[in-house]
Design a protein around this ligand. Structure first.
Ligand code: HAM
Length: 418
């Protein structure tokens, strides 16, 4: 009886080799741009204590309220598959005493993240992010540098239809005063709001800017704007960030209604979208988080960063052709008794750093040659049971007889590698 065929869980997918190659190209661009600017790779665990996200991302956010994959580790402690990378990088900064290093400490990362969201085009339950975080400086050049770096990465990858929106959320104190004013506005128009927004007037009134329903949208059109309530210092910081990104030639729009789904932001927030994407148009986003280090137990330290979704980059980017990896040598067999010398030859070639493939499927001699041709092998060695080898140069068609022990040296010599 045949078994039910199993599938990858809903909202997840397999990265097959062609796609993996295209992603490696995305990673290479991100690495070159970020490492060129002094960001060094960091990797944190795929799961963390649930408390880190509850505190860091914020208890009122959708992520913490309903999208975390949390589980008991067997000793009563709650762990969570990381839904984002900023809180973990900040935890690592504190845990490893990185405040003692020259500031800001600049990191980048690339890896899988997990959110129990409703799957749709461009939205997955396991997705990949590339991210960058600069911790330990509040200079507006940090914010601007991060924005410009992400703009360069998206440009190099030929992500189409890119738009950048930015805003400033000011300090927590300015935001608290503003929230009170916004709550009063929402209460005054409560009957026109969606149930979801109404339920969260106390908890998170800012999210009302993010709502899609016409009633809430109409109410938000006349709502007070946080950008008009910034302190002078915050307004100057925001102006400096804008001047720097404009000087770098990066086009942006100030969007006073920009809302990010995480609570840790202070001052600058930004989002890159692509009109090549559907409803899930956010390619990457981030901002400043000057209170986060303290929230996870460190001393008050500013920070800023972003993350971009690899799937959305791939969906919105022009796919560059990725070259097939070269095959220097294909080792074929003239008869099954040739397996030991053929195996030894492939092994010797690999140790000499040649890309070598061995016949593994019992093909006929003709089939082996056809397969080697398909692979684009530069040389084909057909080995017999006595270790006598016919070495064929696939470019010139020249063929000669050698002992299998001579083959690698011959190829290296011909290629100027010996
Ligand atoms: P985020 O906006 O939640 O920010 O996510 C960043 C990017 O990850 C999004 O723009 C999107 O491309 C991608 N993304 C998020 N959720 C999904 C999903 N379910 N499926 C596919 N792609 C998704 C953060 O995560 C912050 N940690 C960014 C940051 C870094 N802020 C400061 N530093």
């Amino acid at each position: 009886m045949s078994q039910e065929r199993l599938q990858a869980p809903r909202g997840t997918y397999d990265v097959l080799p062609d796609e993996a190659a295209a992603r490696a190209a995305v990673e290479a661009v991100a690495r070159r741009v970020l490492e060129g600017a002094g960001y060094r790779r960091i990797e944190t665990p795929a799961f963390e204590q649930t408390e880190l996200f509850a505190r860091g991302v914020g208890a009122s956010t959708d992520i913490v309220r309903k999208e975390m994959y949390s589980f008991d580790d067997g000793s009563g402690r709650s762990l969570t598959l990381r839904p984002e990378g900023t809180a973990p990088v900040v935890r690592a900064y504190v845990e490893h005493g990185m405040h003692k290093l020259p500031q800001p400490v600049k990191h980048w990362y690339l890896g899988p993240f997990f959110r129990a969201e409703r799957p749709q085009a461009g939205r997955f339950r396991q997705f990949w992010q590339v991210g960058a975080e600069a911790i330990g400086a509040e200079d507006p050049a940090v914010d601007a540098e991060l924005i410009v770096l992400l703009a360069s990465i998206l440009q190099e990858l030929e992500v189409t239809g890119v738009r950048l929106r930015i805003a400033s959320l000011g300090t927590p104190a300015a935001r608290a005063a503003y929230r009170d004013e916004l709550r009063a506005h929402l209460r005054a128009h409560e009957e026109r709001l969606s149930v979801d927004v109404r339920d969260r007037i106390d908890l998170n009134p800012l999210r009302a800017f993010d709502a899609d329903d016409p009633g809430t949208r109409a109410v938000m059109e006349t709502a007070p704007r946080l950008l008009d309530h910034l302190s002078q210092e915050d307004a100057e910081h925001f102006a400096a960030v804008r001047a720097l990104i404009a000087a770098a030639g990066v086009v942006y729009e100030v969007d006073p209604t920009l809302v990010r789904g995480l609570d840790y932001y202070t001052r600058t927030v930004f989002e890159f979208t692509s009109d090549a994407l559907g409803a899930q148009s956010g390619v990457g986003g981030g901002g400043r988080y000057d209170g986060l280090v303290e929230l996870v137990g460190g001393a008050a330290t500013p920070g800023c960063g972003w993350a971009a979704g690899i799937e959305r980059i791939r969906l919105a980017a022009v796919t560059q052709p990725v070259a097939e990896p070269p095959v220097d040598l294909f080792v074929g067999l003239a008869g099954t008794d040739a397996r030991p010398p053929a195996f030894a030859l492939a092994d010797e070639a690999r140790r000499a750093r040649l890309a070598a493939q061995l016949e593994l499927a019992g093909r006929s001699l003709k089939g082996q040659l056809r397969h080697a041709g398909r692979l684009g092998a530069r040389y084909v060695a057909i080995v017999d049971g006595a270790g006598v080898t016919q070495l064929r140069d696939m470019d010139s068609g020249a063929q000669e007889e050698l002992s299998s022990g001579e083959v690698v040296a011959r190829i290296l010599r011909e290629r100027g590698m010996a």
